[in-house]
Design a protein around this ligand. Structure first.
Ligand SMILES: *Cc1c(COP(=O)(O)O)cnc(C)c1O
Length: 467
């Protein structure tokens, strides 16, 4: 498979290329040159496969070439998902007639990002070994992404990972999930500043060409195609269990950067019969406004009970835009440049109508989220975290009647104990493998919001094995 940029002026790359590059060098995002399609017979033959084997089959057209064979991919999937604590990997739980929660939080850091990142860490090692190279992954986090990336890269032979987090501004669970990882190739840096400061420092490190080349910097952020690819298989698993390809389903996805819902949309391009995509948002409702009235105007980010959805500009939306515009890369590039400059995306009405045929938006504020968590607990004894609760409420409000709807349950409720206590009166316990999280030893460096100081820390960390 070759990958092309949504903005049309970066070189086409193979899978190893897009894995290591992340963003295209014209500012665009890489997408597959064509969508692989499975026939109904192909899909029926996949029913009942163990999750890891299904994942390998679904991802093979994206990943497999001279560098990664199908056997390599299958072995990596089996090893990545062996660390998940539920035997079904992504269990599908019926909440009500026609309403199903697809639990994506049984991985090491209790959120859906583990699905793609556990695999991406292994793919990095494999591809880098083939090229006899190493990289230093640098990233900024406000919580969830950092811990999932660290868990994915710990103990990998060819990867160092340094993650900046804002000192005192992540939740204790989130910080401890990062800082208690005892692995020589992991470096946590607590920065005196906020998340934006951390992100600016990371951008500055990538912009510093000598430093970037010396450290072999790389990233695993959510625009990396491997992140999307790793999230497609669970939509197949759930829909096949509910009767696809012989029955249509809808999906409802609590959305931030638009990566997870885009993965569901990709599954549909590949033949999975998904009738409707329900995009759940908290009070940061730019996508809801777009889908309701073609108003994609950036406002300030407001904090909510579902912090991983506190986002205004959903970077992966560009991949959908490119398709909605008939893969016109020049128009995509112009639309994105104008959007960045003006804060409002200018989309023709017929294009917007095309989006509306498949996507519907729904937003829920904090009070509604707490009420939904309480309602689910009292009617179904189900504990949904604040993100999943938005997805469930969205499904109930906006799903087409008569079709089963699959809600992506994106995080374990124990990750958000304060919100859960407000909604149901108690703090859900952590699963067995994290029971001692609060007593584990933490390890991190502290630094001022100062590029030179942080670059020095990362240089020393990367050089730790050299004499
Ligand atoms: C990252 C995240 C989201 C948002 O997913 P996107 O792919 O960015 O849309 C939703 N819920 C949780 C718990 C997350 O960690």
């Amino acid at each position: 498979m070759r990958y092309i940029s949504t903005r049309g002026s970066a070189p086409a790359l193979d899978f190893a290329g897009v894995l290591l590059a992340g963003l295209a060098n014209d500012g665009g995002l890489y997408v597959p040159e064509t969508w692989p399609v499975f026939t109904a017979a192909d899909m029926r033959a996949m029913r009942g496969l163990p999750y890891a084997d299904l994942a390998a089959k679904i991802m093979a057209p994206f990943v497999c070439d001279g560098v990664v064979s199908f056997n390599d991919l299958q072995a990596m999937c089996r090893s990545a998902y062996a660390g998940f604590t539920h035997p079904a990997t992504a269990p599908l739980i019926q909440l009500e007639p026609g309403l199903f929660a697809l639990e994506l939080f049984h991985g090491p850091t209790l959120a859906f990002k583990d699905f793609a990142l556990q695999l991406a860490g292994r793919l990095f090692d494999h591809v880098l070994a083939a090229q006899d190279r190493t990289v230093t992954i640098v990233g900024a986090t406000s919580g969830d992404t950092g811990s999932a990336a660290i868990e994915a890269c710990r103990d990998r032979a060819r990867v160092n990972i340094a993650i900046l987090h804002p000192a005192g501004k992540t939740s204790e669970v989130q910080r401890r999930q990062m800082t208690t990882v005892q692995a020589a190739n992991v470096c946590n840096i607590a920065v005196e500043g906020n998340f934006d400061d951390c992100q600016d420092l990371v951008k500055a490190m990538f912009a510093d060409a000598p430093f970037r080349d010396e450290m072999h910097l790389s990233a695993v952020n959510s625009i990396n195609w491997a992140r999307i690819a790793g999230q497609i298989p669970y939509y197949f698993a759930a829909a096949l269990a509910l009767g696809a390809p012989d029955r249509e389903v809808s999906v409802s996805v609590p959305t931030g950067n638009f990566g997870n819902v885009l993965a569901a949309w990709a599954a549909a391009q590949m033949g999975l019969p998904i009738a409707r995509f329900i995009v759940g948002s908290n009070r940061n409702d730019i996508l809801t406004r777009f889908l309701a009235s073609n108003d994609m105007t950036v406002r300030g980010v407001a904090e909510s009970l579902s912090p991983s959805m506190d986002i205004q500009v959903s970077s992966n939306f560009e991949r959908l835009l490119f398709e909605l515009l008939g893969r016109d890369a020049a128009l995509t590039a112009r639309t994105m440049t104008d959007f960045r400059a003006s804060g409002r995306m200018n989309i023709a009405d017929d294009v917007w109508r095309r989006a509306r045929r498949q996507f519907v938006g729904f937003s829920l504020d904090d009070a509604g989220t707490l009420a939904e968590i309480a309602r689910l607990y009292h009617t179904s004894s189900y504990l949904a975290d604040p993100h999943s609760a938005v997805g469930i409420a969205a499904a109930r409000a906006a799903a087409p009647v008569g079709l089963p709807v699959i809600v992506a349950a994106t995080a374990h409720p124990a990750k958000f104990p304060d919100a859960m206590e407000r909604a149901v009166g108690f703090r859900p316990g952590l699963p067995e493998h994290l029971k001692d999280l609060y007593t584990r030893e933490e390890r991190y460096s502290s630094a001022a919001n100062d590029l030179t100081e942080i670059q020095l820390l990362i240089r020393r960390f990367a050089a730790r094995n050299e004499v």
